[in-house]
Design a protein around this ligand. Structure first.
Ligand SMILES: NC(=O)c1ccc[n+]([C@@H]2O[C@H](COP(=O)([O-])OP(=O)(O)OC[C@H]3O[C@@H](n4cnc5c(N)ncnc54)[C@H](OP(=O)(O)O)[C@@H]3O)[C@@H](O)[C@H]2O)c1
Length: 285
């Protein structure tokens, strides 16, 4: 008798790492539910790859997320692989980010991830197996100046991931965090668009800080080769297919340098390292 295909769910499958991961999973024989807002993109993917079910959801809207979760709960074959990938960033010093924008960011990057995970867990527990992969970031463990709000969502994802890994191990459910450095996807373009023109709207007090940190960031990125989403999709697949996945997979530029320093320096020394790195040490406004 033919073995029943396992169901995988990938959020944010309309572009970037989610799209590449959905393709790899379907190629490995999974039945893949590909979720995002841009249904045209998902339909295209489903036309290209047999075994992909497109599902439209706006994870910034709690009622939409709830309807999506009811769909997950009613699936005939439970989700055994969950890739919590949907996410985006906004930038700005804390004073320059509106509460509305912050709440929306947490809704997508954190609350929807939690809710979708809750919806998948009864099925995984019944199966006594499953893999949950949560997209964190290198900024799940430290932050750049001007990235505090985005980093806060990823710090929270790390906390949830660490707790789940312990809570679910007794059921044979594996929980993995992925910490990419900068990856060439639509992520930057989306972040730029949603952030808007910070220099135009910030208080003049902040301008030297943005200028100094921006110039240092420019230097840091000059000459860096930014890999495409394949790098991360391959890692996600490695974790899903492994008999004993690692707790965390990190990859991409800047990842070793910053995460290495974060792991090896105490809090004060790491603060000084970051202030030097962004040219902010000694800056007085
Ligand atoms: N690229 C990087 O440098 C980088 C580095 C570290 C971590 N990450 C993380 O990696 C994950 C994937 O990012 P990516 O680089 O692949 O970016 P991307 O190409 O912009 O893809 C983001 C995905 O999230 C979906 N999404 C965004 N808002 C949504 C919403 N309200 N409802 C449902 N889906 C939504 C988008 O689909 P729709 O727009 O169609 O809804 C898209 O499929 C994110 O969690 C991101 O934070 C990215």
């Amino acid at each position: 008798m033919e073995e029943q295909k396992q169901t995988a769910l990938v959020t944010g499958a309309s572009s970037g790492m989610g799209r590449e991961t959905a393709i790899r999973l379907v190629e490995k024989g999974f039945q893949v539910i590909a979720a995002a807002r841009r249904i045209d993109r998902l339909n295209e993917l489903a036309d290209q790859f047999q075994g992909i079910t497109p599902k439209q959801v706006d994870l910034s809207q709690p009622e939409d997320t709830e309807a999506f979760c009811r769909y997950i709960s009613d699936l005939p074959a439970p989700v055994s692989v969950l890739i919590n990938n949907a996410g985006y960033s906004i930038r700005g010093a804390l004073e320059d980010v509106s509460m509305e924008a912050i709440k929306r960011l947490f809704e997508v990057n954190l609350f929807a991830l939690i809710r979708v995970t809750q919806a998948c867990l009864p099925g995984m527990r019944n199966l006594r197996k499953g893999t949950i992969v949560n997209l964190s970031s290198i900024v799940g463990k430290f932050t750049f100046p001007g990235s505090g709000v985005y980093a806060a969502t990823k710090y929270a994802v790390e906390g949830i991931t660490d707790a789940l890994r312990m809570e679910l191990a007794p059921f044979g459910i594996r929980v993995v965090a992925i910490r990419p450095g900068p990856i060439a996807t639509e992520f930057n373009e989306v972040g730029n668009k949603l952030t808007g023109d910070l220099m135009a709207r910030t208080d003049p007090d902040y301008k030297p800080i943005y200028q100094t940190a921006g110039a240092s960031t420019g230097k840091m990125f000059a000459g860096l080769s930014i890999p495409g989403p394949d790098l991360i999709a391959d890692l996600i697949l490695e974790a899903v297919l492994s008999d004993a996945p690692k707790a965390v997979y990190s990859a991409g530029p800047l990842s070793e340098d910053f995460l290495g320093k974060r792991a090896n320096l105490d809090d004060d020394a790491f603060h000084r390292f970051m202030m030097e790195k962004f040219g902010l040490m000694g800056l007085q406004v």
